[in-house]
Each structure stands twice: as C-alpha cells, then as structure tokens.
Design a protein. Structure first.
Length: 120
C-alpha cells in the first residue's frame, strides 16, 4: 500500500540523503511530494519551493535540522499526517511535544533503513 510521503528538505544533490530517499521511495512505489529550497526534479518528482496544502499525506520525513524546522511547525500540523519521521540529525524534542499534543505519531528513524528492511 502506498503511503503518500512529503519529503521536507529535498535536495537536488544526488549525494544528499533526502535525494536518495526520494529515489528509494519512488522505487518502492510510494507516492512522493517534496519541498526544498530549489526547484528541480528528482526521480520524476518536482521539488516545490512553496508550502502547498497537500492532501492525504501519510508520512512527513524530515531532512532539516531542528533550528530550521521551527518555521514549519504550523505547516506540518496543518497537513495532519499519520506520522513524522525524524531522520538522524533532525531529532527535535520541541516539535515532538507539539506532535504529541496534536496526536500525531512520530518516530526517530531513518527512512532509508525503514525502506531497506520493508518496515516503511
């Protein structure tokens, strides 16, 4: 079953984990949308540079450090995802508390590992 995923912090640079994640999500037949600072295309997915009101987001996977995440708190809550994945280096207790208050599940995990072990 496809879990529509929003990648926040998407990069056009192939060596970046967000870029690798987009490729792996697409290869695993997941529906993907992406937000980043620069427009472009990764694995056929257009990177949006505006925060769009996406519908039916199942998972948000974060590739932003905690300081940069602050500007996205309200946006993340507004999308009402079923879960948020804090990839290594993105762990943020403040956002985790906000997610708890809004009854949004989160996990500290690596999207690439979850995909690799079929636990996505």
């Amino acid at each position: 079953m496809s879990k529509k995923t929003l990648v926040i912090g998407a990069s056009l640079k192939p060596q970046r984990y967000s870029n690798i994640a987009i490729n792996r999500l697409v290869n695993n037949k997941q529906e993907v949308v992406a937000y980043g600072l620069r427009e472009g295309n990764v694995a056929g997915i257009e990177i949006d540079t505006k925060l769009l009101p996406y519908q039916d987001i199942h998972t948000i996977t974060l590739y932003l450090n905690p300081q940069r995440q602050k500007a996205f708190y309200d946006y993340i809550i507004s999308l009402n995802p079923e879960r948020v994945i804090f990839n290594p280096g993105t762990e943020n207790s403040e956002l985790q508390d906000i997610l708890k208050q809004n009854k949004i599940f989160f996990e500290k995990a690596c999207t690439l590992v979850l995909l690799g072990i079929n636990q996505y």
